[in-house]
Design a binder for this molecule. Structure first.
Ligand SMILES: NC(=O)c1ccc[n+]([C@@H]2O[C@H](COP(=O)([O-])OP(=O)(O)OC[C@H]3O[C@@H](n4cnc5c(N)ncnc54)[C@H](OP(=O)(O)O)[C@@H]3O)[C@@H](O)[C@H]2O)c1
Length: 301
């Protein structure tokens, strides 16, 4: 079968379509035929060699997102032919999803949203679970005030929509004016490109997707979560009673099932910039690196 692999680190031209053995699902695993997957910042960092020590040995199949069709559901209760989505913690397990067939623990797999195509669904798992789990940690509830830093990004855009669906008041810090319209259009109240314009101590919770560390904006006794691992820990705010974390996403089929439900209810809109074929994987990455995208890039198998 085909798998997109690297055998050295570097620019997108190190990506190659390799012929590798098909995976054999172990007990408790589900075998999925990939229809589409998506590009995420972590794939880029892994390919470049920027992850460092946490990188599994080379050669390595890349990819975290999966949307496809069940080939063998094992004892999961998933029928052969079912449309599913999954997130594979590729750095932890070395199981990349950029392959024709992927075997994953049943607990990482969930029904795909019925209302969107599988390439659209492939944009959901990694950013969606990161948004979902970080919001769970932040425990924001209806009527509370949340600031999302990077609210027009893949994770931030989903966090904004999930929080709004829960009745949370959401403000947004974005990088440029073009992104402000997205944030306003998805229910953000106050939207700014200027961190200095954020009101001091206003927010019950801050969801920081790029290491903004706008710690003055969180209220005393509040919560501050970053997902920007590369930016390091959030400064210690314990003197103000603020809890902090750098959230690390984990495989979570139950969370994915909730996200699929939100998509089918219309509460969560997915943004797909375009779909490239596996043969166009280098071009897909070059487009990704040029930036300015209003949605994700999917790879179709
Ligand atoms: N810890 C975890 O488990 C985990 C999980 C998923 C993702 N991540 C990490 O989280 C980060 C975000 O992921 P993503 O998929 O959401 O990426 P993304 O789609 O590229 O979104 C990042 C957003 O932040 C914005 N941004 C960057 N610098 C900014 C600045 N100085 N001021 C305002 N906005 C700024 C970007 O705007 P522009 O497009 O204009 O640059 C973009 O909208 C990545 O570093 C990713 O590796 C971590």
């Amino acid at each position: 079968m085909r798998a997109i692999q690297i055998d050295r680190f570097g620019t997108p031209d190190v990506l190659r379509v390799a012929d590798v053995p098909e995976p054999v699902p172990a007990a408790g695993e589900v075998l999925v035929r990939t229809v589409a997957t998506a590009l995420n910042p972590v794939d880029d960092k892994t390919r470049e060699g920027a992850i460092g020590e946490g990188t599994p040995p080379l050669p390595l199949t890349l990819g975290w997102d999966l949307a496809g069709i069940v080939v063998d559901g094992g004892d999961s209760g998933l029928d052969t032919g079912a449309r599913v989505i999954a997130m594979s913690h590729q750095l932890g397990s070395a199981r990349g999803t950029w392959a024709d067939l992927v075997a994953l623990p049943a607990g990482a797999v969930a029904p795909a949203p019925a209302s969107v195509s599988l390439p659209q669904a492939a944009t959901l798992p990694l950013p969606g679970l990161t948004a979902w789990q970080t919001l769970e940690w932040l425990a924001v509830s209806a009527g509370e005030r949340l600031l999302v830093a990077g609210a027009a990004g893949a994770v931030g855009g989903l966090a904004l929509q999930i929080a709004r669906a829960r009745g949370v008041e959401v403000d947004a810090l974005v990088s440029r004016e073009a992104q402000a319209a997205f944030a306003r259009g998805h229910g953000a109240g106050f939207v700014t490109t200027d961190p200095a314009a954020l009101p001091e101590g206003r927010y019950d919770a801050v969801f920081d997707t790029f290491g903004a560390f706008v710690t003055g904006a969180v209220a005393d006794g509040g919560r501050y979560a970053s997902i920007a691992t590369q930016a390091g820990p959030v400064p210690d705010l314990s003197a103000r009673g603020v809890r902090t974390t750098v959230h690390q996403v984990r495989e979570d089929g139950a969370g994915l099932a909730e996200l699929s439900r939100l998509v089918d209810e219309g509460a969560l809109k997915l943004r797909l910039h375009g779909t490239y074929s596996v043969r166009e994987v280098v071009a897909a990455h070059e487009r990704y690196l040029r930036g300015g995208l209003a949605g994700k890039i999917a790879l179709a198998f």
